[in-house]
Design a protein around this ligand. Structure first.
Ligand SMILES: [Zn+2]
Length: 182
């Protein structure tokens, strides 16, 4: 195999690259959803392709998941100090309401400039981070993100069960998500 090569397996394009690594690694880039395969120098092409074949089920499942939750690439707008203060104020008023509604408790939350997400929830530490870019969005979007991240304290993943919880409170969550990502 050359240093870089593109394969197509079952209609999936896979960018393979030889690198100084110990193990074959298969991953999907969150940026462009491209499938990458890193192959150690010692491994044969056949071995690498077998590895892909053995992980086909995982690949398809993961791609399907990404399709449901495409990464959001925000071009970071200028955000003033006043806007940050306003967002802090808004979120501080929303968090307790949603903690109560969902029956959860976050340890802490903070704001951060984030490029590709509106919020994150660390379920181990129960700490939540919100993107400062939210201030440019309508109130219902901010509220949705607050509830969404807190709901991860009930269900960590984006399974149907998770969205069932969301849908209870936001029947039109798909539209809100569209608005967020549009
Ligand atoms: Zn989420």
């Amino acid at each position: 195999m050359l240093l870089k090569k593109t394969f197509e397996i079952d209609g999936l394009k896979i960018e393979a690259e030889r690198k100084r690594v110990r193990n074959v690694r298969l991953y999907i880039s969150s940026k462009d959803q491209q499938i990458h395969l890193t192959v150690p120098f010692y491994a044969s092409e056949k071995f690498a392709l077998e590895f892909v074949n053995n992980n086909m089920k995982w690949l398809r499942k993961t791609l399907e998941k990404i399709k449901d939750n495409p990464p959001v690439l925000q071009n970071l707008p200028q955000i003033s100090k006043e806007e940050i203060e306003k967002l802090k104020h808004l979120i501080s008023s929303m968090v307790p309401v949603w903690e109560f509604r969902l029956g959860v408790n976050a340890k802490a939350w903070k704001l951060r400039k984030m490029k590709s997400r509106w919020g994150t929830c660390d379920i181990k530490t129960k700490k939540i981070t919100f993107s400062t870019g939210l201030i440019k969005k309508p109130l219902r979007c901010i509220e949705y993100v607050v509830a969404h991240e807190l709901a991860h304290l009930i269900i960590a993943d984006h399974s149907a069960r998770f969205y069932a919880v969301i849908a209870k409170h936001f029947p039109y969550w798909k539209e809100i998500r569209k608005e967020l990502n549009g």
